[in-house]
Design a binder for this molecule. Structure first.
Ligand SMILES: Nc1ncnc2c1ncn2[C@@H]1O[C@H](COP(=O)(O)OP(=O)(O)OP(=O)(O)O)[C@@H](O)[C@H]1O
Length: 257
């Protein structure tokens, strides 16, 4: 865990977060607390409730019980777009990139959306320049500065993921939720993407939560690991402590670990 982690107020806190459908409890009383600079890996077997937890945090699903606090404000009843405006950024497994537009055009649209979402920003030279600069900054943050002219639909998975992250950065999030960013990415492109993701907590001055099945990747990135099992939080601690926990091993990690 890096030195600055664990100090300051929570940027994201969930308390007793629960989602029930009929008789099934999909997310079961999850309480988490994240500070600026912290990277939380969320792991657990298929169907453990990881994506559902992200849905509750981002507001895509309404919690049956419990609360979500973002930067000290209770956002439990807010719609997803209002949480986004308050600093929550989330990538989806389905890409949000416009495939027929260039990388730079995609970034400019995302930056423009932060200027009220209309074409207003483009009408003044100053507004246009601010949008263009913001777009370039976001592309630089993910190492895509040299790829601005590329048609987004032609990017390899690894670059597409970087672009998705750049588009999120345009919204100046303080908390980012990444759902399986390595899915579909070619093995040789994984290290590069990992380095981009590693830089995110510092870049946003906030916290990153990442669901990932690729254990080597998550162990290399996470300050803490949250292990979900049957919707509940089985453990949440440093990777070393979690990996040594016999309850976790029995429930999820298997004997080979
Ligand atoms: N809308 C829904 N209605 C009913 N059951 C649902 C719904 N959404 C998810 N579930 C169930 O909730 C459980 C948790 O699903 P979720 O997708 O959150 O798990 P996960 O840990 O993200 O799994 P994976 O690793 O496979 O992505 C699963 O059993 C799933 O079938």
């Amino acid at each position: 865990m890096s030195d600055h982690v664990g100090t300051g107020p929570a940027v994201l806190a969930t308390a007793g977060l629960t989602w029930r459908i009929g008789n099934a409890t999909i997310v079961d009383g999850v309480s988490l607390d994240l500070r600026a600079g912290e990277f939380l890996g969320v792991i657990g077997p298929n169907g453990a409730g990881k994506t559902s937890l992200f849905n509750l945090i981002s507001g895509l699903r309404a919690a049956t019980a419990g609360t979500v606090e973002l930067l000290g404000h209770d956002v439990t009843r807010l719609a997803p777009h209002r949480r986004a405006r308050r600093g929550l950024g989330r990538t989806f497994q389905a890409s949000s990139v416009f495939g027929s537009l260039s990388v730079r055009e995609n970034a400019r649209l995302a930056a423009q959306a932060q200027h009220g979402g209309s074409l207003h920003a483009w009408r003044s030279t100053k507004g246009f320049r601010a949008v263009a600069e913001r777009a370039d900054e976001c592309l630089a943050a993910v190492g895509l500065s040299g790829r601005g002219e590329a048609v987004a639909g032609t990017l390899a998975h690894g670059e597409k993921r970087k672009l998705e992250i750049a588009l999120l950065l345009a919204g100046s999030p303080r908390v980012m939720l990444l759902d399986e960013p390595m899915a579909g990415v070619a093995a040789e492109d994984v290290p590069d993407l990992v380095e981009v993701i590693r830089g995110l907590t510092g870049h946003i001055g906030g916290a990153v939560l990442m669901v990932e099945h690729h254990m080597e990747v998550i162990l290399g990135l996470a300050d803490r690991l949250a292990v979900m099992h049957h919707g509940a939080l089985l453990a949440c601690d440093t990777p070393d402590v979690v990996m040594a926990n016999p309850v976790v091993q029995e429930a999820y990690l298997g004997e080979e670990l």
